[in-house]
Design a protein around this ligand. Structure first.
Ligand SMILES: Nc1ncnc2c1ncn2[C@@H]1O[C@H](COP(=O)(O)OP(=O)(O)O)[C@@H](O)[C@H]1O
Ligand SMILES: O=C(COP(=O)(O)O)[C@@H](O)CO
Length: 577
């Protein structure tokens, strides 16, 4: 239960403000996250870590000498945006390129991947790597599908120490990959977490029972069992992880391993030490030599009651990086020579925004686009709680907040664009970028793409027509399919976007006006969204909770249908559109 918060939608930003205020020796705030507050080493690879909030000390608490150069910080349990990652990367990089490290979650993969493309195009060589240490999230022969949990720390630490040692970008990437190959984690949960403002936990575990293999956003595990003794939990952890070894390791006797016993939110350090006592005995009995074990909180899951064990199988190189000194707000090891503080003035991009020239007709249409976005904002505001509730049935409960943050940002950006004289295309493009930036998460990335695709087709020259709008929606659909990889029937927003785009194109092809064709398409969208209740999810976070989700529609499908409906209202009010 989270007791102390103000506006839930502002919680993650306010966490960041307070964190930075308390840790100025290590970090400074930049757009999108934090960077080290110490002088840069020219030519050093900048290792940036990131993901959603709610996992402290991941990710911001791991920024400092010997560890990350910066952290990109999203909303609670939602990946940050590509814009945030670009902004933090530009503040942190010092000429050696950038490695973006994050856990393997859809939104993170989309946003960090897009950021890497943008940064590389802008002359900053950038690579990404997704951590996949959670053995419960996929079988060993599908290790690339596994989620990233507390093993984030071993990969972050090894890569960052390699960067600190002066290795180049490709070499630092190689170290991250090797560290990930040799890291395995298993988590358990005794009760769920409750996000700020929510009146119920995101998920529950029956009293006296334990979810085995549960992920850090309540993703279901592989089993449920009675809550064991501390020794019993240690035995489960160690036996499971010794049965899932890296491919190049067959006999653990004589091997050296880093160990992390991680509290997931509300398990006391004292309880962890009791568990660790037995973990250490069991590893010694198996002939494993433990190196620099860590017991505490490293990657949490808000106020979830649970714990995880991570084994990091070391070779000579990985051990050097695992044991190298580090000094971050939430992780200190050894002693190092403090770097001088960073200069006061980190370059801030303060150039006045301008917009390309637009025709009179396009500027007029931009006003209609703004009205439509205002209607979208209103309908999302009115349904945010319900969207969160639906998303919590099988997802992570953040869809309402994410859509709300996206819609608010889109309207603000669109108003400013209109003030600057933008045409319809530019206004919608800026709104889409602002949506993706503030919403984060999978749907933020996809909504940003969708709006940008429509914007590109509208352009700033002539009056948007039914045909250009329909082509824009079709282009948006194509991008969402390509980038998101979902198909019809997977139980996502695609199940609504496909019939919507098809009905719109058909209506426009029959020479109906835009408002009429859109209205018909919106009815199809509404029916398609309702029909997703019958589907079993095959992609995204809802996939593992497949059965639980049947009977509830997909949150992203519902929000898309709501939006299609209110935009029709705006178009219908504009006779002749
Ligand atoms: N690969 C995908 N392609 C299209 N839509 C997707 C995909 N994955 C998830 N979605 C949509 O995103 C919605 C979840 O959005 P949101 O909660 O904002 O993101 P996250 O799951 O990253 O927190 C889902 O309800 C679904 O409609
Ligand atoms: O939840 C997270 C990312 O989830 P997405 O579904 O990818 O948005 C985040 O907490 C871990 O980075």
């Amino acid at each position: 239960m989270t007791r102390l918060f103000n506006d839930p939608a502002e919680f993650a930003d306010e966490v960041l403000d307070g964190f930075v205020a308390a840790h100025r020796r290590w970090v400074r705030r930049v757009q999108g996250g934090v960077v080290r507050n110490t002088a840069k080493t020219p030519g050093q690879v900048a290792v940036l870590v990131g993901g959603g909030s709610g996992h402290y000390p991941a990710f911001t608490g791991l920024v400092g000498q010997g560890l990350a150069h910066g952290a990109v910080s999203g909303n609670i349990f939602a990946s940050p945006s590509a814009q945030q990652a670009c902004s933090v990367a530009k503040a942190a990089e010092s000429g050696g390129g950038v490695l973006l490290l994050f856990g393997n979650y859809a939104g993170d993969v989309l946003h960090f991947g897009h950021a890497a493309e943008i940064l590389t195009q802008q002359g900053i060589p950038t690579r990404t790597f997704a951590v996949t240490d959670d053995v419960s999230s996929a079988p060993a022969d599908q290790a690339a599908k596994r989620r990233g949990v507390a093993g984030d720390l071993t990969v972050f630490k090894a890569a960052a120490a390699a960067a600190e040692a002066g290795l180049g970008l490709d070499e630092v990437y190689r170290v991250a990959e090797r560290a990930n190959d040799r890291t395995r984690s298993l988590g358990v949960a005794f009760s769920g977490c409750t996000l700020p403002g929510a009146d119920a936990p995101l998920f529950t575990v029956p009293e006296g029972r334990m979810a085995v293999g549960m992920g850090i956003h309540g993703e279901p595990g592989i089993d449920e069992a009675d809550v064991p003794s501390a020794d019993g939990l240690a035995e489960l952890f160690v036996s499971t992880l010794l049965a899932d070894l890296p491919a190049d390791l067959t006999d653990v006797r004589g091997q050296r391993a880093g160990v992390i016993l991680n509290g997931l939110g509300t398990v006391k350090h004292e309880e962890l030490f009791v568990v660790y006592r037995r973990v250490a005995q069991l590893l010694a009995e198996a002939g494993v030599e433990v190196v620099d074990p860590e017991v505490g909180e490293f990657v949490t899951s808000f106020d979830l009651a649970g714990a995880s064990l991570t084994l990091f199988w070391l070779d000579e190189e990985l051990e050097r990086y695992w044991t190298a000194p580090a000094d971050a707000p939430a992780f200190r090891k050894g002693s190092l020579t403090p770097a001088p503080p960073a200069p006061e003035d980190l370059a801030v991009d303060s150039a006045e925004q301008t917009v390309p020239e637009a025709s009179e007709e396009s500027r007029e249409a931009a006003g209609v686009v703004l009205t439509a976005l205002e209607a979208v904002r209103k309908v999302i505001d009115g349904n945010a709680d319900e969207l969160g509730r639906i998303d919590a049935v099988a997802g992570d409960g953040d869809h309402g907040i994410g859509m709300q943050r996206g819609a608010v940002a889109a309207v603000d950006a669109a108003r400013e664009a209109l003030r600057l004289g933008a045409g319809a295309g530019t206004l919608l493009a800026l709104a889409g970028d602002a949506w993706a930036d503030k919403a984060g998460g999978t749907s933020g990335a996809l909504w940003g793409l969708l709006l940008r695709s429509i914007a590109n087709t509208l352009g700033d020259k002539g009056k948007p027509t039914a045909a250009t709008v329909s082509q824009g929606v079709a282009a948006g659909l194509e991008s969402v399919l390509k980038v998101g990889g979902a198909k019809v029937g997977d139980k996502t927003m695609v199940d609504v976007l496909v019939p919507f785009a098809e009905a719109l194109a058909a209506g426009v092809g029959e020479s109906r006006g835009l408002a009429e064709a859109w209205g018909h398409a919106a009815e199809q969208a509404d029916a398609a969204a309702k029909a997703t209740a019958d589907l079993v999810p095959r992609i995204g976070r809802a996939r593992p909770l497949a059965e639980k989700s049947v009977g509830t529609p997909d949150a992203g499908a519902v929000s898309l249908a709501l939006i299609a409906g209110v935009v029709h209202g705006v178009l219908a009010d504009r006779k002749g559109v």
